[in-house]
Design a protein around this ligand. Sequence first.
Ligand SMILES: [Zn+2]
Length: 257
Amino acid sequence: MRLFDAHVHLSDAEYSGHIEELVADAKNAGVAALVTNSMDLKTCLSDLKLAEKYGGLVYPALGIHPWNVNVLREGELEETIDLIGKQRGVVKAIGEIGLDAKYETDWEKQVMVFDKMLHLAETLDLPVIIHSRGSTDKVIDLLPSYRVRLVLLHWFSYQLTALNRAMEKGYFITEGPPAVYSSGIREIIEKVPLTHLLTETDGPVIYYKVPFKGQLTKPSFIRNVVEAIAEIKKMQVEDVAQQLAENFENFFSIKLE
Ligand SMILES: [Zn+2]
């Protein structure tokens, strides 16, 4: 089985000192690719270093997260855009970007930064990884104004009407460890065509339910996620993993070894 984590934050401070352990865990568990998502300029730089160090396993998605728009220092937005442009050869997506209606950052500024990130994805012809907490409908309304190649709505947990709208537009979604225990997420997985689903951990986010309880979030959790998807879809685990791997390869233009 070729497994992957399409959305993780390896440069997060919670993971500092644990990277070797996470890489070993990924290899042991058959996780062949980790897409590390940045939050700001500092994590863009750190994610690029990790991708260089662990070539063939770690791939960078670079961008500015809506939670960080209020703490951008002067010139940081422009510098980040400049850096991502120069690294076009190694960057696999623009992410994590988006809008968060529940987070206390200036909404106008979130919209402005999101617009810049989407324009960057257009210019560089890269897929986008979107955070849309409390704002999925708004994001789906905005996206058609941009010529973005491929769209991934990460940790999709919005109404099923929004899922239908996203599927009509050919967007992808990711789901992670809650696939094992959350009835809402399991319902979304049941409804989403398997051809538009990818797996993630969103680590270092911590999951408090069994079997993840008390553990640092690791790439090996992906195996539990794939098993849960197979159970929900009433399919063989191997067949699910095969389709997911194809989705991943097409979305990111990364060959899973
Ligand atoms: Zn994330």
